[in-house]
Design a protein around this ligand. Structure first.
Ligand code: HEM
Ligand code: HEM
Length: 169
């Protein structure tokens, strides 16, 4: 059994973090804040595409994934709940952002290319607020996920954090 995630899975994991942070700090109405908005949409769309690449990677490397042993049954349930919520938000937040953008404007150019939008008649304000709320909730959850990884490393002194790091033996 391997004790590290395969390198391509690590790349997707850490690249997603960089893009989520970029999307978060550039958050705002992209039709008003043009430059930071373009970065926001770029980062968000990239997170969305990486979500599918991640699923493909995880299924390709299914047999090579480390099985970090949870300390208890309760920890295992918590790990799976956080993992599935993180996965769901990686998909849901960009989709809601796209719905919001579609309600705010009829066309949107991302680095000179037209982003396909959908015509809709729903309440943009509610969808926009949900997008914003989930974006903030996502950051809290990522913080807890990172804290758990650090606790594993410094308190339990196990292999969990190292399994996602290329350099640490
Ligand atoms: C992981 C990806 C994303 C995160 C974490 C995220 C986060 C956020 C946050 C926190 C805000 C509120 C900022 C504020 O007003 O202070 C926001 C606004 C917005 N985002 Fe995103 N976003 C993501 C992806 C996207 C994508 C892919 C799109 C469009 C294709 C998008 C479109 C928008 C729009 C239109 C708003 C303005 C909403 C409004 O004014 O009601 N976002 N985003
Ligand atoms: C955008 C931010 C993040 C997301 C969406 C995320 C998501 C995930 C997911 C879904 C997994 C399970 C493996 C997989 O399916 O890829 C995972 C594993 C892991 N993540 Fe993150 N993560 C993020 C940020 C972080 C940060 C900031 C840290 C540490 C400082 C971290 C440390 C780890 C570790 C150590 C594992 C391996 C856990 C194990 O197998 O027991 N992650 N992450």
């Amino acid at each position: 059994m391997k004790n590290k995630y395969p390198f391509p899975v690590m790349i997707v994991h850490w690249l997603t973090l960089v893009l989520v942070v970029l999307a978060y700090i550039t958050g705002g109405d992209p039709t008003v804040h043009l430059k930071s908005g373009e970065l926001h949409v770029f980062a968000g769309v990239s997170v969305f595409l990486l979500f599918f690449i991640r699923i493909i990677m995880i299924s390709i490397y299914r047999k090579d994934l480390p099985h970090n042993k949870p300390m208890s049954k309760y920890q295992k349930t918590l790990f799976l709940m956080v993992k599935h919520t993180l996965y769901s938000l990686l998909f849901l937040i960009p989709v809601l952002g796209w719905f919001t953008l579609s309600g705010l404007t009829e066309s949107y150019q991302l680095f000179g290319m037209n982003l396909p939008l959908i015509s809709n008649s729903w309440d943009v304000e509610i969808i926009g607020e949900t997008h914003e709320f989930l974006g903030n909730f996502f950051m809290v959850l990522i913080g807890l996920h990172a804290l758990a990884a650090l606790i594993h490393h410094y308190v339990f002194k196990d292999n969990v954090l190292k399994s996602m790091l290329y350099f640490k033996k």
